[in-house]
Design a protein around this ligand. Structure first.
Ligand SMILES: C[S@@+](CC[C@H](N)C(=O)[O-])C[C@H]1O[C@@H](n2cnc3c(N)ncnc32)[C@H](O)[C@@H]1O
Length: 472
């Protein structure tokens, strides 16, 4: 008999079945869908939350926590990856994605929320037992205990390269953005460290819900009767809802008389609608209308002046969304599915034209927590010819004396000024209009004549707008 076998045996711990915590389990399911199916968190979460509520035992606080866990984990993924990499003994690419999701969820609870350390670790280990099995739960336990040894500031000091050695790499880790995105945003924003830090921090905040009261259909007074609603900052049609405000509960939104729309998008539509024009002001075009936010505001403004809007969108299903957004508009409008680079309408037909072109969306990172990790610098090359083509046909579509608005929800210079200057170089029949006076009361719009909005300055998405007059 060996020495070991003679020792009295420690009684084995009775096996305990893992407890499924519905909030963490739902958050994990959402992260897996984002990773495996390239799903969008803002589309995946609502049905999962609805299903959990229908099954009972899942209240509004659970839904808020699950949402915070998913959004926070995705936004902060860059920082958490760097921390987790310092706590495991192999490259992160060799850690199975579901294990990494459990670790990231745990890291977010430990470093990005007020959940007590022991609760964050034990909830994560329990989740790991449910979704990964007992063996890998031990690994999760060991890694998260290391993560728990410091707070977020302590960790970023350890894992981020020093600012003085490599400012962009430092900011990328501290503010959880891909380095090329930090670089592009900084190029566009200009200035020193303070500004870019505020912008990157703003990208990690949850945006307020802003409504638009579509003129002639709803009023801001009506929307302001909602609980904790306050007026918008810049747009006369905007109303902001306090945290947790549910747009679906607002009658005017349910009836399509109001909509959910960032104030930056409202300002773009308003600036185009108010740009000075010589001659008639009767025919307006939105050449990239889907899903229809700006088109609905433009159509309502056009109706107030006796003008009509043609809303055009290449993707038929998105044209359907435009038709839904415009339904009930008080004046005439038309929705068509058409390629804006090969339009079916005659050149020079319109007095005002908007092209809100497809882009990387780097100006709306607050809304799409996973977008920054999906985008690649090469995407810019894919968009470049389309953006130029759409602006060229927009300029052809407007009559002499009419105005085109070129808009993006990206501040990347390759999608904003580079497109406008490339196209206008070959168009001596055009001139840029100073857009700044058309956003009255809005400060810090840049040196003009185009305008760039910023989340950290204006509380809006980083929308860009150039207004161009066709001079003949
Ligand atoms: C940034 S979105 C427009 C957002 C819209 N203005 C709003 O406020 O709801 C760009 C739209 O252009 C559409 N698009 C892409 N290529 C197009 C093309 N060649 N012609 C017309 N629309 C196109 C996309 O399908 C997408 O719906």
């Amino acid at each position: 008999m060996s020495e070991q076998s003679r020792r009295p045996r420690k009684p084995a711990k009775p096996y305990r079945r893992p407890q499924k915590d519905p909030v963490r389990f739902l958050a994990f399911e959402a992260l897996r869908a984002v990773d495996e199916r390239d799903a969008y968190a803002n589309l995946v979460l609502p049905p999962l939350l609805r299903k959990a509520r229908e099954q009972g035992d899942f209240d509004a606080r659970d839904a808020a926590l699950a949402t915070e866990l998913v959004y926070g984990t995705l936004r902060r993924q860059g920082t958490y990856d760097a921390v987790i990499a310092a706590c495991v003994d192999r490259p992160l690419r060799e850690v199975d994605p579901p294990v990494l999701d459990v670790l990231s969820l745990g890291a977010h609870q430990l470093l990005g929320t007020r959940i007590p350390t022991h609760a964050a670790v034990s909830a994560s280990v329990e989740l790991a037992r449910v979704v990964l099995g007992d063996g890998r739960a031990k690994f999760v336990n060991a890694v998260l205990r290391k993560v728990a040894q410091d707070d977020l500031d302590g960790w970023t000091e350890k894992v981020a390269p020093p600012y003085d050695e490599d400012p962009e790499a430092h900011l990328a880790v501290v503010h959880s953005h891909p380095r090329w995105v930090v670089s592009a945003l900084w190029d566009s924003l200009g200035g020193g460290r303070a500004g870019i830090e505020r912008l990157l921090a703003a990208d990690n905040e949850r945006p307020e819900v802003t409504l638009v009261a579509r003129p002639g259909r709803a009023t801001t007074e009506e929307l302001l009767r909602e609980d904790a609603a306050v007026p918008g900052r810049w747009s006369p049609y905007a109303v902001r809802l306090a945290e947790g405000g549910e747009p679906g509960a607002v009658e005017a939104v349910r009836e399509g008389r109001a909509g959910v729309q960032d104030e930056g998008s409202q300002l773009v539509a308003l600036a185009l609608a108010n740009a000075p024009l010589d001659g008639p002001d009767e025919k307006w075009l939105d050449g990239c209308a889907g899903p229809g936010g700006k088109a609905a505001l433009l159509a309502a403004l056009a109706a107030g002046r006796g003008a009509t809007l043609l809303a055009s969108e290449k993707q038929p299903h998105r044209a359907g969304l435009v038709a839904r957004a415009l339904h009930g508009n008080p004046g005439p409008y038309q929705v068509v599915a058409a390629d804006g680079t090969r339009p079916p309408w005659r050149p020079g037909s319109f007095d005002r034209v908007l092209v809100d072109v497809p882009c990387t969306g780097l100006g709306a990172l607050r809304r799409r927590p996973e977008a920054r990790w999906r985008r690649r610098p090469e995407d810019l090359d894919d968009f470049a010819p389309l953006q130029r083509g759409l602006l060229r046909t927009a300029l052809d579509s407007v009559r002499v004396g009419g105005v085109v608005g070129y808009a993006t929800c990206s501040p990347h210079l390759a999608e904003t000024r580079a497109v406008v200057s490339d196209v206008l170089k070959q168009r001596p029949d055009t001139e840029l209009i100073d857009a700044r006076p058309l956003l009255p009361g809005v400060p810090d719009l840049g040196e003009g004549p185009d305008v760039q909005l910023w989340p950290h300055v204006h509380g809006t998405d980083a929308m860009y707008l150039a207004l161009i007059r066709r001079t003949g």
